[in-house]
Design a binder for this molecule. Structure first.
Ligand code: 5AD
Ligand code: SF4
Length: 451
């Protein structure tokens, strides 16, 4: 009989990809995914550990699952509870101790073993932990994707991080950098396109550190991989995330100049604009180096727009340091950005630093930074008014008679146009720019505009 699995995904796009792959691993055992948690035979919490709040969420969710599991058991059925992802990796033992209802704890590098782990949990009544970082890559053991992807599909090409920024848990939860071989990625991209995807987003914790083995015996950079993938029939758009400024090499800059399918929008986190704080963060670049990378990219591709991540309130951050961040923001003019208050993560070097910033100061800085970032984002969106942009339609809009799509810059575009199929590229004249979206109207009849 078919069994059901409910998967809840927290955090980043890599987790979204992993959740899909966990469903693929479980499909041969008869599990199909369900949106409903009540009555599911298995519940997987695919967790995030990046900040304290994210790491704590799993415990409140487990509290809510307890009565549901008990209700299943009272009815003579079972609910297998799996905690996966980065909190599983970082707090495996703690999870088992604090939440006995958890049957399986599995880290991000070991979920291809889920079938054995679940079988073992059934045999011994729970308490199974696998936070190994196996030498053999999980990708070799994953079956092909079975679920239909959306118009835009994620494809993990690289995992792990060797940069060790002093605030970040990623090198500990996702392990050392690993790049998948070129042929494996090309096959997976072809498969996603066959299933209906039109845009592929290449994922990696440090995606532009990609160095994948190619069949010609050499190792390819991300720029070269992008050129190869752009040749695949059926592909309209390519994106990649997340990049480190120091790993932007000439091949990647050239890809932005030469590959039309590569979208002119780049998420390039800087974290801070102060050289003193960047050094304390072990970012290995200063503000001037970051600005030079932006300049190189803009010279090669003037249409490029940038987004970034920022941390405010890092230990020791003075008002002057914060003003340096504001100055960098004003200098670059980001199209979009994410900003966070520093959160001390156990086990990271920065967690041992003195000179904590008090919460009120950090909050005030976050608000000041966000006010500037939102202003820039709105200005960028307004600047699109009057332009004709290719919009990749991904579904119906919020209201009937509307469609929703994405501009090259990832902006959500709403338009009155009821007949456009998802996956179609439509030339849209932008008539309104808002903080979080654009309003467009087809610039030509859909058939003529389709690319
Ligand atoms: N505290 C606050 N923000 C963090 N990030 C990573 N670690 C922390 C932390 N300890 C942010 C960084 C990173 C993004 C994914 O999350 O800005 O780029
Ligand atoms: Fe974390 Fe990114 Fe730094 Fe790697 S490069 S340690 S993932 S912030």
């Amino acid at each position: 009989m078919a069994k059901t699995v409910h998967i809840k995904t927290y955090g980043c796009q890599m987790n979204a990809y992993d959740s899909g792959r966990m469903a693929d691993v479980l499909a041969p055992l008869g599990y199909r995914t369900t949106e409903v948690v009540e009555g599911a035979d298995m519940v997987i919490l695919n967790t995030c550990h990046i900040r304290e709040k994210a790491g704590e969420k799993v415990f409140s969710d487990l509290g809510r699952l307890r009565p549901l599991k008990q209700a299943r058991e009272a009815a003579g059925a079972a609910m297998t509870i799996v905690v996966a992802g980065c909190t599983a990796q970082a707090e495996g033992e703690e999870l088992r101790r604090r939440a006995p209802i958890v049957d399986v704890v599995v880290g991000p590098l070991a979920y291809h073993r889920l079938p054995e782990l679940v079988a073992q949990a059934v045999r011994q009544g729970g308490g199974v932990l696998d936070t190994d970082m196996p030498a053999e890559p999980k990708f070799d053991a994953l079956p092909a994707q079975s679920a239909r992807p959306g118009v835009s599909a994620f494809l993990t090409v690289q995992e792990g991080c060797d940069k060790f920024c002093s605030f970040c848990v990623v090198p500990y939860t996702r392990g050392a950098e690993y790049s998948r071989p070129v042929a494996e990625i090309v096959d997976e991209a072809r498969h996603l396109l066959d299933l209906g995807a039109r845009e592929i987003v290449l994922l990696g914790q440090n995606v532009n550190a990609y160095r994948g083995a190619a069949t010609d015996g050499t190792s390819w950079s991300l720029g070269r991989l992008i050129e190869r993938l752009a040749e695949l029939p059926g592909l309209s758009r390519l994106r990649y995330t997340t990049s480190h400024p120091l790993d932007v090499d000439d091949a990647l800059v050239a890809a932005h100049r030469d590959v039309p399918a590569l979208m002119p929008f780049l998420h390039l986190p800087v974290q801070s604009g102060s050289d003193r704080i960047l050094a304390a963060m072990n970012r290995r670049h200063d503000a001037a180096t970051y600005l030079r990378v932006i300049e190189r990219l803009r010279k090669a591709q003037p249409a490029l727009a940038f987004s970034s991540d920022f941390i405010v309130g890092f230990p020791g951050e003075s008002e002057r340091d914060f003003q340096a961040t504001m100055a960098l923001v004003r200098e670059v003019g980001f199209a979009q950005a994410f900003s966070f208050k520093y959160s001390a993560r156990p086990g990271t070097p920065a967690a041992n630093l003195d000179l904590r910033i008090d919460d009120a100061t950090a909050t005030a800085r976050l608000h000041a930074l966000q006010a500037q970032l939102w202003q820039d984002q709105e200005a960028f969106n307004r600047a699109q008014v009057g332009r004709v942009l290719p919009v990749l339609i991904d579904g119906p809009g919020r209201h009937s008679g509307q469609v929703h799509g994405r501009s090259p810059y990832m902006q959500a575009v709403h338009a009155e146009a009821s007949t456009v199929e998802p996956g179609t590229m439509v030339a849209m004249r932008i008539v309104e720019g808002r903080l979080n979206s654009l309003v467009g109207e087809p610039a030509a009849p859909p058939a003529a505009a389709a690319a």
